[in-house]
Design a protein around this ligand. Structure first.
Ligand code: K1U
Ligand code: ZN
Length: 175
């Protein structure tokens, strides 16, 4: 397993805007990618990660919503599909490892029903609410080339990208 570089909007916007392709087989190669993604997500740290964020345009997501001292609870979603979304919406202050240090409120359906394959390629259908619903919708957006800042006004989006670019430049100059 290895920690991979997480792509960010300052340098990798074109890749992050790509639509990811469905996975054909859940095999050992895919499980190796999922293991790397999980390690990368834990190292960041984050609570979710889409494969495109490590440069792999595949419809794969990892997630762990365990808090603090709770035992690790990794989850894997291959070819995830939202098959139902509630009319009721909720607002959550989201962040993104590809848009570091930027947080803003996004409104999304409060509950969704999700169909996906798991780590072993088994079909799973489950309901998601609260942070699980927020996170899975954020990650499925990544698979479609959509970032959480795309849900904000153009001005807020431009400011967010400028801030990330400025921070990256400052960091590079300090090296
Ligand atoms: O997709 C990503 O870049 C991961 C992102 C997931 C996410 C967070 C919040 C709302 C929706 C989706 C993150 O993990 S940002 C970091 C974060 O939320 C966090 C980091 C450490 C501890 C707790 C949370
Ligand atoms: Zn994200």
């Amino acid at each position: 397993m290895s920690v991979r570089r997480i792509l960010t909007v300052d340098a990798d916007l074109a890749t992050l805007k790509k639509k990811s392709q469905p996975v054909v087989a859940v095999d050992d190669d895919l499980r190796a990618l999922m293991d790397d993604m999980l390690e990368t997500m834990y190292a960041a740290p984050g609570i979710g990660l889409a494969a495109i964020q490590v440069g792999e345009p595949k419809r794969v997501i990892v997630m762990d919503l365990a808090r603090g001292e709770e035992p690790k609870a990794p989850r894997f979603f291959v070819n995830p599909e939202i098959v139902w979304a509630s009319e009721e919406t909720g607002v959550y202050e989201e962040g993104c490892l590809s848009v570091p240090e930027i947080y803003d409120e996004v409104e999304r359906p409060a509950k969704v029903r999700l169909r996906s394959l798991d780590y072993h390629g088994r079909l799973v259908e489950e309901d998601a609410e609260a942070l699980f619903a927020v996170c899975i919708q954020h990650e499925i957006d990544h698979l479609n080339g959509v970032l959480f800042i795309d849900h904000l006004s153009r001005l807020k989006r431009q400011r967010a990208v400028s801030k990330v670019k400025k921070a990256a430049k400052t960091e590079a100059e300090a090296l």
